[in-house]
Design a protein around this ligand. Structure first.
Ligand SMILES: Cc1cc2nc3c(=O)[nH]c(=O)nc-3n(C[C@H](O)[C@H](O)[C@H](O)COP(=O)(O)O)c2cc1C
Ligand SMILES: CCCCC(=O)C(=O)O
Length: 395
């Protein structure tokens, strides 16, 4: 899969690649082969040196599991209640913009797969299909979440929030880690067709002069968003609000003060700020320093979760559920998404049995040995204050 540096792939070529193996991910069950390949291609790019993207997965693998034995694991229950919605598994589909780039049925294929697999799909604000088409392609009463970027033309956001409520969307996930998209260098090299989101209306046509599709599409995002806007989103939508992109204990505490319904620890799959902390480290830090947040609200995490063991580690650290991004974006259509889900479900189940647990509530930090990464948890007051410099008179 290795390509020459500077290799450019068009969307049409990507689709050709995808059809070749009908579904790379599901057939081979090696999600990382695909995501690493896609680092340099549409849909995959992370920012600058891809440090956070790679660390997301790598750090989780440094947590070791210490399983318990002889505990009758004949029957296991993998169901999870996420914001009042039943999910067959402790993971959901993270929002990914313009899924039509990967498959012509885009988000519709994912909605159908979510229906048949009992999963929850969080629909991107930049989905390629209209919100109503995606929702209506699922089953009656199928739960969906909607990811939101606040538009600087606020009335457009208000219209979308009302529409979401009328369509029966169950929660709004406000993305807060990307007032601007990160510098996605692979994205800047892509020669893509003109694309437009049917939900946000954002469009882009990469001119190959370093614009970057994400950056061009993101021009509608309101960079002036602050904590005080959360109440407005809650009021207009009448729905639970989750902050997607929380990355510090300090902000998790603010979220408690501002009465949000959940926090989503995410660094945008390494697509926002490169070298920001890996997702699992943010979860570990929060669990150690601010356990009360887990009693106050639901906590989700995404970024590099590609195996049942990755998922169960996050649940053991206190997450209610794990978001899966690229793997769902890159599987080919409904059949691919269903196949991927069956692989992940099976891995979750096997991991639970091998850990000696039969329900997700039994997963707790005692199952984990985190000592290899504990030292990475930031100390609170490591740096002494620098006394102010004396003001020197100008000579
Ligand atoms: C192609 C692509 C598009 C994405 N689009 C969005 C988006 O529109 N809104 C958003 O909040 N996050 C978006 N994300 C980030 C995902 O929601 C998620 O945080 C990330 O992919 C998780 O990491 P993983 O891909 O390693 O699972 C996107 C990610 C990818 C790969
Ligand atoms: C508005 C463009 C950014 C969409 C996004 O969040 C992503 O591509 O990661």
């Amino acid at each position: 899969m290795a390509e020459e540096p500077g290799f450019q792939i068009t969307v049409a070529e990507l689709q050709k690649h995808n059809t070749k193996g009908d579904c790379w991910v599901a057939v081979h069950s090696k999600v990382w082969d695909v995501t690493d390949f896609l680092d340099e291609h549409p849909g995959g790019p992370a920012t600058t040196d891809l440090t956070t993207h790679h660390q997301n997965k790598a750090l989780s693998r440094r947590i070791m599991i210490q399983p318990r034995i002889l505990r009758d694991v004949k029957n296991v229950d993998t169901r999870r209640n996420i914001l009042g919605c039943e999910s067959s598994s402790p993971f959901f589909i993270s929002p990914a913009a313009m899924a039509k780039l990967a498959h012509p049925d885009g988000e519709i294929a994912l909605a159908k797969a979510a229906a048949s697999e009992g999963l929850i799909q969080c629909i991107s604000n930049n989905a390629s299909y209209p919100l109503s088409s995606i929702v209506q392609s699922g089953k009656p009463n199928q739960p969906f979440f909607l990811q939101l970027y606040v538009n600087h033309e606020r009335h457009k956001t208000e219209e979308l929030l009302r529409k979401a409520r009328d369509l029966g969307i169950k929660a709004i996930f406000v993305t807060v880690d990307a007032p601007v998209p990160g510098k996605r260098e692979a994205d800047e090299r892509i020669a893509a067709e003109a694309i437009q989101s049917a939900i946000s209306g954002a469009s882009a046509s990469n001119d190959k002069k370093g614009g970057g599709l994400g950056r061009l599409m993101a021009q509608y995002i309101d960079k002036s968003l602050t904590w005080s806007d959360i109440a407005w989103i809650k009021r207009v939508s009448g729905l639970p609000v989750v902050l997607k992109g929380v990355q510090s204990v300090a902000d998790a505490r603010m979220a408690m003060e501002y009465d949000v319904d959940g926090i989503f620890l995410s660094n945008h799959g390494g697509r926002s700020l490169d070298t920001s902390q890996p997702a699992i480290l943010n979860l570990l830090e929060l669990r150690k320093k601010c356990p009360e947040v887990f009693s106050k609200m639901e906590v989700y995490v995404d970024g590099g979760f590609q195996r049942g063991t990755d998922i169960i580690k996050a649940i053991a650290l206190g997450a209610t559920a794990v978001g899966v991004g690229r793997p769902y974006f890159l599987v080919y259509g409904q059949a691919g998404a269903e196949h991927l889900t069956s692989i992940l479900k099976d891995e979750v189940e096997v991991t639970m049995r091998l850990c000696g647990i039969t329900s997700l509530d039994q997963a707790n930090p005692d199952l984990l040995n985190t000592s290899d990464i504990d030292h990475l948890v930031r100390e609170s007051h490591k740096f002494p204050q620098i006394p102010p410099k004396p003001i020197r008179a100008r000579l």
